[in-house]
Design a protein. Structure first.
Length: 305
């Protein structure tokens, strides 16, 4: 199932046709409140009232011109201003290929530098999303350079990559902020764990090891998973070490396990909802279907009469 949906997401013919179909647009509303910045910000209000913060990502990747990357950077700068004006507890998460990494890494970094400074001035935070394994080294290099000048920045790492434990140790001297996800790209077994047990074991070890090895340090960990049992397992292991729930955050996508997000917030966990928006949602949506069979079941129900 994982490989099928990831192939669907990469197929250029389908990418230009399926998003036009009404049933696809209805189904994707499960995971995103709309395509505009206004839709995303409006979705934050009831979450904020429930004590849940928000992250925002404007969908798109692998842009083909630096002018398009400039426009994306301008969009995020405006978004930061809008978050501040609305009094929202919100942060942004960006993809480097959307800021020109494929075309000119230096231009990409200049966009990051500008957005990180703007985020700090508006009381927000800048997160760098992680893409396929071909971008891991370049993404970490950009983050290392950025973190040296901008402490209010974080990076996403993927537990299914066998290299991630070494990457955490490489970043540890920077007192990094890490958003830990399982991973949603089709990677070979030579570099990635393929079984659920392997990915989950890596996830727990990375999370517990990062927090417990950084006591009294200004690090930040976001658990980017909808696996509540895994979250509670990590919380229990940390509690056994005398570390409370305030040592990490729970981060889930908009529209997924919404009741659990509310329950966890009421139980004393720090919770954030990642709100994605924009018209370039098709490949992102296919990766969400690949992640969990329950997402596929919901998508099928949403297109039936």
């Amino acid at each position: 199932m994982l490989r099928v949906f990831l192939w669907l997401g990469r197929n250029e013919w389908l990418k230009t046709r399926l998003p036009r179909l009404g049933f696809m647009r209805r189904a994707v509303r499960r995971f995103m409140p709309g395509e505009t910045m206004e839709d995303a910000l409006a979705a934050a209000r009831p979450l904020q009232a429930a004590g849940i913060g928000t992250k925002y990502t404007h969908l798109g990747e692998n842009l083909e011109s630096l002018a398009a990357a400039d426009a994306v950077a301008d969009h995020y700068a405006t978004l930061l201003d809008r978050i501040a004006e609305a009094g929202i507890d919100g942060e942004i998460s960006v993809k480097l290929t959307q800021l020109g990494l494929d075309l000119d890494p230096e231009t990409c970094f200049l966009h990051l530098d500008r957005l990180a400074g703007h985020a700090a001035r508006t009381g927000s935070y800048l997160w760098i999303d992680m893409e396929g394994s071909a971008y891991t080294d370049a993404t970490i290099l950009q983050y290392e350079r950025l973190r040296a000048a901008h402490p209010r920045t974080g990076i996403c790492l993927q537990s299914y990559l066998r290299r991630t434990a070494a990457d955490v140790e490489r970043l540890r001297p920077l007192d990094p902020s890490i958003r830990l996800v399982k991973g949603a790209y089709d990677e070979p077994e030579t570099i990635a764990f393929r079984s659920r047990r392997g990915v989950d074991s890596s996830y727990v070890a990375l999370a517990v090891g990062f927090v417990s090895g950084s006591r009294e340090r200004p690090v930040r960990l976001g658990l980017g998973t909808h696996d509540v049992a895994l979250i509670e397992q990590i919380a229990a292991q940390l509690a056994a070490l005398g570390i409370g729930r305030d040592a990490f955050e729970v981060e889930m996508l908009y529209g997924i396990r919404a009741a659990e997000q509310l329950r966890l917030a009421r139980a004393g966990y720090r919770v954030q909802t990642l709100i994605a928006y924009g018209d370039a949602w098709y490949p992102w949506y296919m990766r969400r279907l690949a992640e969990r069979p329950a997402n596929v079941a919901f998508a099928i129900r949403s297109i039936l009469p």
